[in-house]
Design a protein around this ligand. Structure first.
Ligand code: ATP
Ligand code: MG
Length: 222
């Protein structure tokens, strides 16, 4: 269905742009056409997010080093010049059986949110930890934090506090889905109240080091 919606949406977007070009600068009609275009564009992003959801049920698990995935993820996000990044690697061979592309998506989603929550003097700290049967990745920021009343809602599809047109609210919902597909866990800890101490948020992703016994014989899980 998401694919079916994409085509008419593309047509709306194209005609909205044509109308925008045809209208005189500063007119109400031009403004209206631009609202249509930007909202149609937003719909396209939501549809793309939904398609991501649908894609997730095929997980190709391969033993993967989490230190490397953290580095790969950091290369894919734009770090503002005033944000410091520290990575604490795990020396204890942090290999988990995961779909690397999907875990990179998990990490880039969490890192992008952290960057969006920080203003000046941002500090992003990523720690990889390994135990006998688990690998943990903690992403800590010193941003504005998540207010208590929103803590239960951040993984909900379409929950966003970003301004209209900026976020679709699918980042953490997709993230949660991917982590669960890997029989993993994701937790958030946060403080948004400066009177209670420094504000900031830590998202911790826990992944099993070894594949489940009953799924180790086939690499595809659907
Ligand atoms: N590190 C963080 N610090 C503060 N708030 C956060 C953080 N991570 C997530 N949030 C809150 O959770 C909401 C949902 O995040 P999510 O990634 O699902 O959507 P989004 O970032 O708003 O939009 P999208 O990811 O689709 O662009 C955010 O709008 C924000 O309010
Ligand atoms: Mg996000």
């Amino acid at each position: 269905i998401a694919h079916e919606i994409n085509n008419p949406l593309g047509v709306i977007l194209m005609y909205a742009h044509l109308m925008q070009d045809a209208c005189q600068e500063g007119t109400r009609a031009k403004e209206d056409a631009s609202v249509i275009a930007s909202q149609a564009d937003r719909c396209k992003k939501i549809v793309a997010g939904l398609l991501n959801f649908a894609r997730e049920n095929k997980v190709l698990k391969v033993p993967t080093d989490m230190n490397t995935l953290v580095n790969d993820s950091l290369k894919l996000v734009q770090i503002p010049y005033d944000v410091k990044v520290a990575v604490v690697k795990c020396e204890n061979n942090p290999v988990a059986e995961v779909d690397g592309d999907q875990v990179i998506q998990v990490l880039t989603n969490i890192i992008s949110n952290a960057l969006a929550a920080m203003e000046s003097d941002g500090m992003l700290e990523i720690t990889v930890l390994g135990s006998e049967d688990k690998v943990k990745i903690a992403v800590k920021d010193n941003g504005k934090g998540i207010p208590k009343e929103n803590m239960n809602r951040v993984f909900e599809p379409f929950f966003t506090t970003k301004q209209l047109g900026k976020g679709t609210g699918l980042g953490l919902a997709v993230t949660y889905g991917i982590v669960k597909m890997h029989s993993g866990d994701i937790k958030a800890e946060s403080n948004a109240d400066p009177t209670q101490g420094p504000t900031g948020t830590t998202f911790t992703v826990t992944l099993p080091r070894h594949a489940n016994k009953d799924s180790s014989s086939n690499h595809f899980i659907s």
